[in-house]
Design a protein around this ligand. Structure first.
Ligand code: PMP
Length: 330
């Protein structure tokens, strides 16, 4: 192949690190977003999908023409399908039935076998995670990616995401802010960057309904309420999360997240998804708490807002959740 012709596989990663103009100018620090929506499947989870497929091919768990099964909020399924189809695999995903319809549509368009399952707590055997595991058990030879516990998830973030950030920042990165779905991003990136800069401050951004905020603050997994954010927030400790080196946690409400989502779209021309808006909101809070220190605060723009248009750009949906579109409230 000509050196200029690529594959989806080789297009994962090497995303730009964007300076968020309005938030940087306003606080005297630099708020930077890693543009993960520019991955070929449109999200940060393409990296995890690549890492898990690569490891399974190397170990022989995934054989030519094989089947990959995974429980996912959608983005990991999209990454596995995109890369898996390119490499000749079949992909089956179990997914909670309350996610943005754009994600199911994208998956089905790429030929994934999508099994929607009811939204239930993790302890319930019908949770998407357990249903994926059972499908793998019932079908010998199928490869269950198991993104929550599979170390290949955090490994690829340490190897690629952290290295890219370090290089793009030329070694000056003061604060890292990220939310957690599996913990792969935070587990891999925080551990790798702290090795390079032990003074790096790592901040977990957590939505309502997730137990991680109270876990970081008080050592207890507790939460009330819920969130419209997708792909983030958990009520258990995963192997990938356990690798994270976290200094403090910030809670972000859906109202705060939506204000930031619209601010980024309208003022910075950055149309991002709900987890990205939540990450940036937490980064902005930190920046405002320590004004004019020239800090470099890095966070993740995990996916694109178009993936949630039927929700976040739908006034009836926002109204049903009592969310209002208004300027950023300090
Ligand atoms: N944002 C979005 C949109 C996601 O889909 C996910 C993963 N489910 C995350 C953030 C969290 O990433 P991680 O699994 O690496 O913690």
């Amino acid at each position: 192949m000509s050196a200029r012709i690529s594959t989806l596989w080789d297009s994962v990663g090497n995303t730009p690190l964007l300076r968020i103009g309005t938030l940087s100018r306003g606080t005297g620090n630099e708020v930077l977003g890693k543009a993960e929506f520019m991955n070929p499947g449109g999200s940060i989870k393409d990296r995890a999908a690549k890492g898990m497929i690569r490891a399974a091919e190397a170990s022989g768990q995934l054989k030519p023409g094989g089947t990959i099964v995974e429980g996912t909020a959608g983005n990991t399924g999209i990454g596995l399908t995109l890369l898996g189809r390119e490499r000749g695999y079949r992909v089956v995903v179990t997914m909670p039935d309350n996610q943005a319809r754009e994600k199911y549509e994208f998956l089905e368009a790429m030929g994934a076998d999508v099994r929607k399952v009811p939204v239930v707590p993790f302890a319930n055997e019908n949770h998407f995670f357990h249903q994926a595991r059972r499908l793998a058990e019932a079908n010998p030879g199928w490869f269950w990616a198991n993104q929550f516990e599979n170390p290949a998830n955090a490994d690829i973030h340490a190897e690629t995401t952290a290295e890219e950030i370090w290089e793009q920042c030329e070694g000056k990165v003061d604060v890292l802010v990220a939310s957690c779905g599996t913990g792969g991003t935070l587990g891999g990136v925080s551990s790798a960057l702290k090795k390079k800069n032990p003074k790096l401050e790592v901040v977990l951004a957590d939505p309502s309904g997730s137990g991680l905020y109270s876990y970081v603050r008080e050592g207890k997994l507790e939460a009330t309420g819920g969130s419209i954010t997708e792909g983030i927030g958990i009520m258990r400790l995963t192997e990938n999360f356990k690798r994270a080196r976290i200094d403090q946690a910030v809670r972000v409400t859906d109202q705060e997240m939506i204000e930031m989502l619209y601010h980024l779209a309208r003022e910075d021309a950055l149309v991002v998804g709900t987890s990205a808006a939540l990450n940036v909101r937490a980064a902005w809070e930190l920046s405002r708490q320590r004004p004019n220190q020239g800090l470099r605060i890095v966070t993740f723009l995990c996916d694109h807002g178009s993936r949630y248009a039927s929700k976040v750009f739908n006034p009836a949906f926002l109204e049903s959740k009592a969310l209002s579109v208004r300027a950023l409230q300090a």
